[in-house]
Design a protein around this ligand. Sequence first.
Ligand code: ATP
Length: 362
Amino acid sequence: MSEELVVDFEKRFAGGTTIRANLRRPAREFNITVLFGPSGCGKTTILRSLAGLERPEAGEIRFNGETWFDAQQGIFRTPQARDIGFLFQDYALFPHLTVAQNIGFGLRALAKQERTDRVDEMLRLFEITGLESRYPNQISGGQQQRVALARVMVRRPRLLLLDEPLSALDASLRENLRWELRRLLGEFRVPIVLVTHDRVEAIALADQVVVMEQGVIRQTGSVQEVFTRPADLSVAKIVGTETVEPGRVIGTEDGLAVVQVGGVELLALLPEHIKEDAYVCIRGEEVVLQRHVDALTSVRNRLVARVVSIVPEGPMVRVGLDCGFRLTSLVTRPACEELRLQIGEEVVAMLKAPAIHLIARG
Ligand code: ATP
């Protein structure tokens, strides 16, 4: 019996939209699969189909050897029969029930003692002990979010589906909670499929990222793979790789590719499939800024660049550079202050060869 979540289906909507899903994940351990992509690409449709709220037209969904859906055999398990936990964007708690009553709401069929024990366990795991007698409007947004999760997990689902779980929170709370959320969810040995269009959320939470566009999965891989090695130009754009510029491989030097971009030559690792024309992809975090070139450095690419924009973004600052092509660097606020960056000034942008990812063009 395969201990996997196997998803391979096609959902066709009236009006012509088709969503195709294809993924396999371990079914009996904690892991987070993030469905990532722009609005309308089909993320929620996949989640709803897993939950049994949509019935695809073709394909199958299996969980740990059980068939939840099989178009050919006419099998379709109801949401109740799948033992799934589903947290929607708007996870509204019942306002007239206390925290403990909200969490225990789905356990009314159990004996009182067992219900109390299970609710207590959730209060402890989600670190909200002490709040059990309060009403939702007497606790903070972050606490409400934990109560909502506790209300889902108390039923011991075998699969947890989360649709933009942090979107109801304000920006600063979201910032703190996204790191916290992974730790809290790790307490449970269940696989999780989570929808987001927030890049930082995907990076903070995912074991595996599934990048979607217009109803199809474009790339599946670890955070590292997808964000630093996008499979094609559309994935690079979706995951927000800061610099994507057309270039040409014009030769090799010491086993590295010499790539011409704008008026500049860069040294990069050469993937086998690149012949000549390529897109040069560089993540902002990989571009290190300095005032002057160090006499001794292992960094292959040192570019004299003019600062053209400085835009704060949370704890980071996005620095736009002109170095013969448009390059973006993401630096921390303290680093930006230390460098005393000013628009119009010259700096040195340092880039290691492996930080330059080439995608075939044409
Ligand atoms: P968002 O991030 O905006 O929630 P999404 O990636 O979750 O978007 P879906 O809600 O899955 O996207 O929708 C995918 C596509 O399917 C969209 O083009 C949408 O218009 C279409 N669609 C969804 N539900 C239906 C429906 N019931 N009937 C017709 N088309 C639908």
